[in-house]
Design a protein around this ligand. Sequence first.
Ligand code: NDP
Length: 240
Amino acid sequence: MARVAVVTGGTRGIGEAISIALKNAGYTVAANYAGNDERARAFTERTGISAYKWDVSDFDACVAGVKRIEAERGPVDVIVNNAGITRDGTMKKMTRTAWDDVMDTNLGGCFNMCKAAWDGMNERKFGRIVNIGSINGQAGQYGQVNYAAAKSGIHGFTKALAQEGARAGITVNAIAPGYIDTDMVAAVPPDVLAKIVARIPVGRLGHADEIARGVLFLVADEGGFVTGSTMSINGGQHMY
Ligand code: NDP
């Protein structure tokens, strides 16, 4: 039977590319999203992949979402924690709400989803978890203390959970993308983006498909020895 994979934020951007790549590789994919029904509907029509709406920052909603997918599709063996938001601002301007929203979604969502699927993965002695971090969690970024802290947290979370899952056949890895041409990056002012691209050794933004290829490698059944790692897919940018 095909393995069931849940991709959070799986209906557009990087998540969409991951959902499609997993489907093409033979997985049964459930793509979660937060609120953009129109994009989710278009995604399902285009790909045939079912979309499931809930907020990953809501613990109970994550538990209910995983339960529903397991009832409809079968045990969840693969989770890709991709859902993420930005609420940028310098420390001078950043509100406590902007901090909480980003921490609760980008890092809290990762905890919520892993917790919801953890017992089942342990019972079946198999699991593949991939957490999408960011180059900015490794290097920091002006105006992003919330985002950089949450993404940096993802890398620590990944290494710690990998140790807990290792003997149960559960691998936990992270991907740290560089700048990828999605809606999230389209929101960056053009002059700022031009400066960012100038610093990328390959001289261009990455494509969502390039991140999806990394996910396919990390979720492979044969990948049991690859755990606790962070794969940087960033066009060669130097990490500090
Ligand atoms: P997009 O903004 O294009 O898409 C974000 C997706 O996440 C959407 O499907 C959105 O749902 C979903 N989402 C947002 N908040 C929630 C929530 N609370 N619950 C459930 N789903 C949610 O983002 P990208 O594709 O650019 O980014 C994907 C991931 O990659 C993020 O974690 C981001 O931080 C990370 N990343 C992106 C980089 C880039 O350059 N683009 C670089 C490095 C990391 P909806 O459609 O309903 O809004």
